[in-house]
Design a protein around this ligand. Structure first.
Ligand code: GTP
Length: 298
């Protein structure tokens, strides 16, 4: 989003600040007299004017980088109040107010602590918001790191994780467990036809299609190059066969588009193994073997 678009989201706050700043100028002009040039103290003008300008700059930076909401409101209101205190301080340098006028003291001395208080509240909530965001980022970073160490191409885990998860599921002896191996048909041919970029994207998109067609409890892993493995916990033969058919159909109906917009047909072969009394490696081996058997099930 452009700076202009972002600032337009906060148009109300900016207009309110402009109106307040103008009112302060008008109130000073209406109540006091302009000082002569010889009465001006340039160092004070530079210091107070600089502070007011910095407060404005901070408001601009916050409005440009933050979404609307409570934290932004607190920060901007606090900084605007501080700006008004400095602004009145600056007016004092140009306009002499009669000693009977008290509102300028209130504006200078009252607005400053109020602005600080609002700013502190805003920073406190900003800090909490940042903690929540950091916690989420850490989680994502961990997931990303784990996945990266297993498979750099798809957002899936690799064969090591598959074996670990299968071993865990196989411990639950009272529940049926199925494993489906899925292998892209003639992927070597596709890779040569499509080139490395499109064939990589094909693998990623097939992984997404498969994920979309799985249930919450299922686990999809990338077993090797163009081979995927699906762990189906609490699933017996009949249900596993029906899920396998659905996965095959989903991939067959997937119209992969090359970079040039041409549809490239995709098909997948499946091998299903229902767990008996065995370990993860033997289950994987049987599912792999069934990829090449006409019945695809054992
Ligand atoms: N683009 C890309 N290709 C890969 C990747 N990993 C493996 N491959 C390719 O996948 C192809 C797998 O070829 P094969 O094992 O012969 O499989 P296939 O061509 O599908 O043959 P069938 O399984 O018999 O249908 C090889 O050409 C590998 O180079 C990868 O990460 N990206």
């Amino acid at each position: 989003m452009h700076v202009k678009q972002r600032l337009s989201l906060h148009r109300g706050s900016l207009i309110a600040l402009l109106v307040m700043a103008n009112l302060v100028v008008l109130a000073n002009l209406a109540s006091g007299d302009l000082k002569t040039v010889s009465e001006l103290v340039w160092l004070d003008i530079a210091g107070e004017g600089g502070a007011a300008l910095l407060a404005l700059l901070w408001i601009g930076l916050i409005l440009n980088s933050r979404p609307t909401g409570r934290v932004t409101r607190l920060l901007v209101t606090g900084l605007s109040t501080l700006f008004l205190a400095y602004w009145q301080d600056l007016m004092d340098e140009f306009i002499q107010l009669p000693s009977a006028v008290m509102w300028d003291h209130w504006l200078e001395s009252g607005a400053m602590p109020l602005g600080m208080l609002l700013l502190t509240l805003g920073i406190y909530h900003w800090h909490r918001e940042q903690q929540a965001i950091s916690a989420q980022l850490q989680k994502r970073e961990r997931v990303f790191r784990e996945h990266r160490s297993l498979d750099g191409l798809t957002p899936l885990s690799g064969p090591r994780y598959l074996r670990e998860q299968l071993a865990m599921e196989l411990l639950k002896q009272d529940q049926p467990l199925s494993l489906v191996m899925l292998d892209l048909h003639c992927f070597d041919h596709s890779r040569r036809l499509l080139g490395p970029h499109d064939s990589d994207r094909l693998l990623r998109e097939v992984a997404e299609v498969l994920l979309l067609n799985l249930r919450q409890q299922d686990l999809l892993c990338r077993y090797a190059g163009d081979r995927f493995a699906v762990v189906l916990p609490r699933t017996g033969r009949q249900e596993a066969e029906s899920l396998t058919r659905e996965l095959e159909q989903a991939v067959r109906h997937f119209a992969f588009k090359t970079q040039r917009g041409i549809t490239h047909p995709v098909a997948i072969m499946a091998g299903l193994a229902v767990a008996h009394d065995e370990d993860a490696d033997s289950l994987i081996e049987r599912a792999n073997r069934n990829l090449h058997s006409p019945s695809r099930v054992a």
